[in-house]
Ligand binder design. Structure first.
Ligand code: 7RM
Length: 652
């Protein structure tokens, strides 16, 4: 741990990363007990990655063993081809007979303070019953089921119940607007929706069923709606279409024979933002995905039988799919799930939960860590965090200052930190330390997981051995996306055209002289706000839908807590409203169209936008303004005067 230099400017992640050279070795006490203790794992996996993954797959429950580990015809992979399985047998059935039957699978806390604990048998029983209920409502293998629920145990049960019968789930984050829910339902022709009367957030009830009803006015493919009774909030029911979850469960048989799937059959769709206004339905399959999440959960989080794992993500994001539902359950873990916000009723809520349930492995996002830093260390300091033994981060680059704080204030310098890089598309962690082996550097996700080949390439596909470029994944991996729902062309175009047969994740990165990887952030029109991917195009198209807006350009700007935030530059029709009134109207409008997470932080009204002579908006220059940078090349502007006007307006 040389060089104790303090980094004051935490927002300048990229600059800070350049001078970061502190190192943290795993402690002997951790190394001795780690699930991976021998660095040969990297060598063995590199020699024969498919064999490495086959070994991991063989630890899962298969109905029929695969014939071929991998068939790769870029950009299409078939993992464990010919194999048959139902993922719920690995996640549930095996635990009913292997000694985990009465083990706590899920320790849940609602935001108001209500608590429920489910053993593996409890989850198994409810999943079986709900799977039967879904069948009785006509859901068949391959049908799509949307899930629009708060973070309550039923979200996990619903996902697993779909998997039990081979239905494809599409979880839509509860914070998304009715419009967003509608688009996702219609894009994949969803047959049944699972929602709740409401859920708690920040002490308030989020009226999910009400919002779902708004969406469903325009969703002709929906036949049935199942409603979980979360809080007894008064509701309108549509006769014949709407059903109570608890009533269905009461009537259902307690065993549902699993539907056996081909390894390559779809398991779920999850929508994520891309560079256009339309979200992409990322498709994942059964055998490869489960193998990837199982292996990474076991080796990255070092899970042991008596660990208490808490991943703070929402199941509406891929992190909740992989590291709440499928990875931990396949490992037979005990987990904590929490419904609400970290500051309800007070800013110590997370640390109270850690203390009360003895959380030992904790996985959260850098934006949350920066928020905790900002609130002050008295909140964690007031709680007993001695049960923690491993910490993780995901979602965005972590600035070294936040990393050090996490290590000292939460980990008491006693917990390795795993900074894990991956995407909705990758399905599972691809770049990460192995906690018992890797010497970490704050801000670096370190090295590719065994069996993964990552590199930094330039525009032409030449490898960069020391310095910056684009992150690339050179060989297929089991949890990789198999496509975008209904859009083959976009799949090929987005991920597989930059270089030949090499996956392009859309992130900039650098590699240092010791081969450590440093992920720097998106290089496309996607920005990362609090670990959530938001397409600037999506927000632009929402803005121009408003009657008063003629043009809009949205760019990312550095933000102390959120990592990035959105700044919208808009031109409007003449209006009697003041700019602040209009700004409020427009932020509410975006929130209504997409969801509160997509709200612009700032709206700048300008009579004109900077354009090239051919009429293209030069977002790059707006980004420079919004980041307080020196303006880049302005020679191609049609009217250079526009910029100074916008600039002075921005700095107001
Ligand atoms: C899991 C998840 C993916 C994008 C990805 C990156 C960024 C994620 C890290 C990270 C730096 C990390 N899926 N990202 N993890 N950047 N270090 N450890 O977040 O599909 O929602 O987002 O997030 O830009 O491309 S995601």
């Amino acid at each position: 741990m040389k060089n104790k230099k303090q980094h004051k400017n935490s927002s300048k992640t990229i600059d800070t990363l350049l001078i970061e050279n502190r190192k943290f070795k795993p402690k002997d006490s951790f190394k001795k007990q780690a699930n991976v203790r021998n660095a040969d794992i990297y060598k063995t996996a590199r020699k024969n990655p498919v064999k490495f993954w086959e070994k991991m797959a063989s630890e899962l429950v298969w109905k029929k063993k695969w014939e071929k580990g991998l068939i790769w015809k870029a950009p299409d992979a078939r993992w464990f081809d010919g194999g048959k399985l139902n993922v719920t047998e690995s996640c549930l059935d095996q635990h009913i007979t292997n000694g985990n039957r009465n083990k706590a699978a899920l320790i849940w806390e609602g935001e108001p303070g209500d608590k429920r604990t489910f053993t593996y048998y409890d989850i198994y029983r409810d999943v079986n019953k709900f799977a039967n209920a879904l069948k009785s409502l006509g859901v068949k293998k391959g049908d799509r089921v949307a899930i629009y629920l708060p973070m309550i145990p039923e979200i996990m049960i619903s996902m697993l119940a779909c998997a039990r019968i081979g239905a494809i789930h599409s979880v839509v984050f509860g914070g998304f607007s009715p419009e967003s829910l509608k688009d996702r339902i219609n894009d994949s022709q969803v047959k049944l929706l699972i929602t709740a009367d409401g859920g708690y957030r920040k002490g308030q009830v989020i009226p999910l069923k009400h919002d779902a009803d708004v969406a469903l006015a325009d969703c002709p493919s929906i036949e049935h709606v199942v409603v979980v009774n979360r809080g007894g909030f008064l509701l309108r029911f549509k006769e014949g279409r709407d059903h109570w979850y608890h009533e269905l469960l009461e009537k259902a048989d307690s065993f549902c024979k699993p539907t056996y799937m081909d390894s390559e059959d779809p398991l779920f769709i999850l929508y994520t933002s891309g560079t256009t206004g339309k979200p992409k339905g990322i498709m994942h399959t059964c055998g490869g995905y489960l193998t990837g999440v199982y292996a990474t959960t076991k080796y990255v989080f070092d899970l042991k039988n008596d660990d208490v794992f808490w991943c703070t993500a929402d199941c509406g994001w891929v992190t909740g799919h992989s590291y709440i539902v499928y990875g931990p359950m396949a490992n037979g873990a005990t987990q904590v799930m929490y419904e609400g916000t970290p500051n309800y009723p007070d800013k110590n809520r997370f640390w109270k939960i850690v203390e009360e349930h003895g959380v030992s492995v904790f996985y959260t996002a850098p934006t949350a860590i920066r928020t905790f830093m900002y609130w002050g260390r008295e909140y964690p300091d007031g709680c007993d965090l001695s049960s923690l033994r491993l910490l993780g981060t995901v979602g965005e680059p972590i600035n070294p200052e936040a990393w050090i704080w996490y290590n000292e204030v939460i980990g008491h310098k006693n917990c390795p930190i795993v900074d894990t890089w991956w995407q909705t598309e990758t399905g599972h962690i691809l770049i990460t330390p192995l906690p018992g082996l890797t010497t970490t550097k704050p801000g670096s996700a370190t090295f590719a997981f065994p069996g993964i080949e990552a590199a930094i390439l330039d525009e032409n596909g030449n490898e960069i051995k020391n310095g910056g470029g684009f992150l690339a994944i050179k060989t297929p991996w089991p949890g990789m996306l198999r496509g975008i729902w209904g859009d083959r062309e976009r799949y090929v175009e987005t991920y597989w055209t930059k270089w030949k047969d090499i996956y392009f994740p859309g992130d900039g990165a650098k590699i240092d002289s010791e081969k450590y990887l440093w992920i720097l952030g998106r290089v496309d029109d996607v920005i990362n706000i609090s670990g959530h991917r938001i397409s600037t195009m999506e927000v632009e198209s929402a803005l121009v839908e408003h009657e008063s807006v003629t043009e809009a350009a949205v760019v990312g700007s550095p933000h102390k807590i959120k990592g990035e935030c959105m700044v919208a530059f808009v031109t409007t029709l003449k209006s009697k409203k003041s700019e602040s009134e209009l700004a409020k109207i427009l932020t509410d409008f975006v929130s209504h169209k997409i969801g509160a997470i997509a709200r612009p932080e700032k709206i700048i009204f300008t009579p004109d936008l900077p354009k090239t002579r051919s009429g293209k908006i030069m977002r790059r220059l707006l980004k420079d303004i919004a980041s307080g940078k020196v303006l880049g090349d302005t020679t191609t502007l049609a009217d250079p005067n526009v910029l100074s006007k916008i600039k002075s307006k921005y700095e107001d």
